[in-house]
Design a protein around this ligand. Structure first.
Ligand code: ZN
Length: 252
């Protein structure tokens, strides 16, 4: 996992992910920061909001996070080792308000971080970052809720909630319920978006509750994204959807 990440998306979504990662990177029971155990001392202290090695970087003057802020709240603290855990974690919410000078001041810190540095920059989009910062960070785009047709949404949730219970025959049979939508590629893609978001919400919900989302959900998200890709390139609709459904049912 990259030591400096830019999380881009709606504020609620990026905060939820940052929360999970900040907790997970110091969790003593997992090697995957996306899956904090929620039980260990680090996870429990994190939940109190007083984790000694978690730093919430904020502006102290005016409307932006300036050079003085990053010096005092990031560069200085990085000069000493963590207090009790593996990483010093810096969460920079509203990172779009980092001034260019503040970003420049951070370059060395994020380029050659001490082995205990972990930085999470949260922003609505990546446009406000200097190219020099972008090139040193891993960029993750988080797709949040979109406005969807309620009928499609209901169908999408039905799939996300039940697909894993189906055997391979029933998974194939479920294709029939897609048929009314297959005439319009636009609608079909919208439906796939809705399914994608339904799984996404399940994963986010589990993360917020401190639970580990099952692999099946994570696999489902990539299966749906892949299907969308195939269909936008004019692949065979029935084949693509049936394959997706067998993947969602866990039968592949
Ligand atoms: Zn833990």
């Amino acid at each position: 996992m990259s030591h400096a990440q830019i999380l881009v998306g709606e504020a609620g979504d990026v905060r939820a992910l940052a929360h999970t990662l900040a907790k997970g990177i110091n969790c003593v029971n997992t090697s995957n920061p996306e899956e904090p155990c929620g039980q260990c001392i680090s996870c429990r202290v994190f939940e109190t909001g007083n984790h000694p090695d978690t730093f919430y970087v904020t502006k102290t003057k005016q409307n932006s996070i300036g050079v003085d802020d990053v010096r005092a709240q990031m560069i200085e603290p990085m000069s000493t080792k963590p207090f009790g855990y593996k990483y010093k974690v810096f969460i920079i919410d509203k990172a779009e308000t980092l001034t260019p000078a503040a970003q420049s001041a951070l370059l060395k810190t994020i380029e050659e971080p001490a082995p205990y540095g972990f930085f999470l920059f949260l922003a609505p989009n990546a446009h406000t970052f200097l190219p020099t910062v972008l090139s040193r960070c891993h960029l993750r785009k988080i797709y949040g809720k979109v406005n969807l047709n309620p009928e499609l949404q209901a169908f999408a949730w039905e799939i996300a909630d039940t697909a894993h219970t189906l055997d391979i025959i029933d998974a194939f049979a479920l294709y029939r319920k897609f048929e009314p939508y297959k005439e319009s590629k636009e609608t079909l893609l919208e439906l796939l978006d809705a399914i994608y978001h339904a799984y996404g919400e399940k994963i986010t919900g589990a993360g917020k509750a401190g639970h580990v989302p099952p692999d099946a959900w994570l696999n489902a998200v990539s299966a749906v994204a892949h299907t969308k890709d195939v269909l936008s390139k004019n692949g065979n609709t029935q084949l693509a959807i049936e394959l997706m459904l067998t993947k969602l049912s866990g039968n592949v």
